[in-house]
Design a protein around this ligand. Sequence first.
Ligand code: COA
Length: 239
Amino acid sequence: MTETLLYEKTSEGLAWITLNRPDVLNAINMQMRDELWDLMHAVRDDPDVRVVIFKGVGNRAFSAGADISEFGTAPSYVEARGARRDRDLWGFMLSLDKVLLAAIHGFALGAGIELPMCCDFRIASEDVRLGLPEVGLGYIPSAGGTQTLPRHVPPGIAMTMILTGDPIDAETAYRYGLVQRVVPRDRLYSEAEALARKVLAQPAQAVRLAKRAVVEGIELPLAQGLALESRLATQAAMR
Ligand code: COA
């Protein structure tokens, strides 16, 4: 547990990370990014954790995005360092061989939806509003959103969301494939846990190798992707 995050290992193989700044709708400030950076490294190094579920504290938001009170306040070198760390954090999350799941409710804006886009599955409650308001504020998404969103939804939809800033609702997000399940608010965490348990019931090494095949393969031309799959399949067979 840190000042901005709650961390809980609840049962065999499963950990929960809760964004915990309820007074500001779990806005992601530099401190939370730094604490996430440290926590995600601890997760990587913990063989007991195989699946992580992210959630946000409070009733109103998973996260309202980057902390706008910090915009323009940091000295430039600190900003530069922050931006670098920013990229590293999201890239680091994308490179982890743990399974990451986001259970999203209420507002998930800016980095508040970019963080879930660095996860493997997204489950939403019916009340979600998902959007990228950065361009309207004179910035561009910088927690990976310009790159991850068009990999999750059709490019034209991604462009519309990025250039208009208009949030989408749960049904629309499901239709585009941005979230994989929509559930009533009171079942959000039980459904997320049930999905986590399904993955945990699978053989650990096969899950790790299959995730790697998908994540690394998606960036490759098909022939190289098939070669990667073949190498990983050999490893899976060598148990
Ligand atoms: N950064 C810092 N503080 C934030 C925040 C953010 N991204 N989003 C909300 N807050 C704070 C508000 O300042 C407010 O604090 P206060 O009670 O001290 O005034 C509190 O969280 C509640 O937000 P409020 O705006 O009063 O709630 P609302 O229901 O009227 O509106 C939102 C909810 C999410 C529509 C609105 O808060 C919003 O637009 N937030 C900014 C979203 C954004 O642009 N994020 C991306 C930045 S790139």
